[in-house]
Design a binder for this molecule. Structure first.
Ligand SMILES: Cc1cc2nc3c(=O)[nH]c(=O)nc-3n(C[C@H](O)[C@H](O)[C@H](O)COP(=O)(O)OP(=O)(O)OC[C@H]3O[C@@H](n4cnc5c(N)ncnc54)[C@H](O)[C@@H]3O)c2cc1C
Length: 409
């Protein structure tokens, strides 16, 4: 690990800089580590604002108090080889002509740059949303949600007016995609017990899930949606579809039909967009500010820059749609970028990116879930166990890739 000031600022051709140590960026760094021995002149630098990797797919559990925040922060020094330079710094911009990443710790020159900066919550310019709601995109966010829920229940327990008590003990989740469903289910499962600990009746807390579209889990099969809706209903989650949030006010969510949704805690899980610094750059961007790439995952007109993960705008030729911001997509794109960086150094042809969909799994509550795998839809305990297995396998893969490193310490 070293400071940016010690990293060469002129982008030498052997200098590969990976911006972002999330699913895509860490995977690329781990994969390329294995090439450091065969490519002696290859220098690999990983830049992130944090000195840990976040297992974002497990955040709903942290927000529901069933997992510690530190359990989803993987220290990078535990997984990176000593020959990988790690620079902990905020990335503020790009000097494309000078091939330099501009960071709070100084410029970092690249020969090849990989952008893997993930997403930010998208408030769709809904008034008051960014200021008045919590989000769920980091371990710290998830800790804040759990703390807010605990505080709201404590305040509800102290309130004498039943109406006020009910309002304070209500958690409102905006956005019925996978994140919103997972969060609502997790909270609905744990809140009765938490309420009892605060001396509140177990049936006093409520969880509302507000979705603007006609269905939760949009884009999933009708069977999967039906199974998820049944589990949510069983957990007591009140789901409102076709309910567009027009504004977040001091009193609650004001819906487009004029009605007010009151609560004690408001969380926004309604979508993501690319980080602002990308929008402010000269990189070609498309839907939600994601960067347009060619079939090898190189930025259009910038073949020296690759993009992987949520930040890449990649159209699936089979559906004609841009691939969704998912960890499994980020990992597959990371794999292709790592192979292409190696191919460039070895003089092999580049590989086109093809997405191999492994299926879709969503946990709904602490014990149940829904899954669509190879056209078969399941719901219940088995789907939750599958989600557990995927998370376990991911954590193993981080160690496994490091363990495979031929130059391992
Ligand atoms: C709550 C939640 C649950 C999810 N569950 C699932 C799931 O079950 N299955 C699934 O497939 N997907 C899931 N996703 C989506 C998945 O987490 C993302 O698709 C995935 O994290 C994208 O990987 P990435 O590498 O593009 O970005 P990230 O993993 O977000 O990594 C981006 C990295 O860039 C760093 N970074 C960003 N900007 C800067 C900057 N300016 N300076 C320095 N560093 C910076 C960040 O610190 C971070 O380490 C979930 C998302 C959320 C929010």
């Amino acid at each position: 690990m070293e400071d940016a000031v010690n990293v060469p600022t002129a982008g030498s051709s052997g200098q590969v800089v990976v911006a972002g140590a999330g699913y895509a960026g860490l995977h690329i760094a781990l994969r390329l580590t294995a090439k450091l021995r065969s490519h002696r002149r290859l220098m690999l630098t990983l830049v992130d604002r944090h000195d840990y990797h976040q297992v974002i797919t497990e955040l709903p559990r942290v927000a529901g108090g069933t997992r510690a925040a530190d359990a989803v922060r993987v220290p990078l020094q535990d997984v990176l080889h000593e020959r990988v330079r790690f620079v902990q710094a905020e990335i503020n911009g790009f000097d494309l002509a000078g091939r330099r990443l501009l960071t709070g710790a100084g410029p970092v020159g690249w020969g090849r740059l990989v952008l893997a900066l993930g997403s930010r919550p998208n408030d769709f310019a809904i008034p008051g949303l960014a200021e008045r709601t919590l989000s769920l995109y980091s371990a710290s966010d998830a800790e804040r949600v759990w703390a807010a829920v605990s505080q709201a229940l404590a305040a509800a327990a102290a309130a004498s007016d039943p109406e006020r008590q009910r309002r304070l003990a209500t958690v409102v989740v905006g956005g019925g995609g996978a994140t919103g469903v997972e969060l609502a289910g997790e909270l609905a499962d744990v809140l009765p017990e938490l309420a009892s600990q605060h001396g509140l009746a177990a049936d006093r807390p409520a969880v509302l899930l507000i979705e603007a579209g006609p269905t939760i889990l949009a884009g999933s099969s009708a069977q999967l949606i039906d199974k998820a809706a049944r589990i949510l209903s069983d957990l007591g989650v009140q789901v409102a579809v076709n309910a567009t949030i027009a504004a977040a006010t001091a009193d609650g969510f004001r819906l487009a039909d004029g009605s007010l949704v009151e609560g004690g805690v408001f969380v926004w899980a309604g979508g993501v967009k690319a980080p602002e610094l990308v929008a402010d750059s000269e990189l070609p961007t498309g839907h939600n500010g994601r960067v347009k790439v060619d079939r090898y995952l190189r930025v259009l007109d910038h073949p020296e820059i690759y993009v992987a993960g949520d930040l890449a705008s990649v159209t699936d030729p089979r559906t004609g749609h841009v691939l969704p911001p998912l960890a499994q997509v980020a990992l597959e794109e990371g794999e292709t970028v790592a192979r292409n960086l190696d191919a460039e150094r070895s003089g092999r042809p580049l590989e086109e990116f093809t997405f191999h969909d492994k299926g879709f799994v969503v946990s709904v509550g602490t014990r149940r879930g829904v899954a669509d795998i190879a056209g078969i839809t399941t719901g219940g305990r088995s789907a939750h166990l599958l989600k557990d297995a995927i998370e376990w396998e991911y954590r193993q893969s981080v160690r496994h890739l490091r363990g495979w490193d031929p130059v391992a310490r």
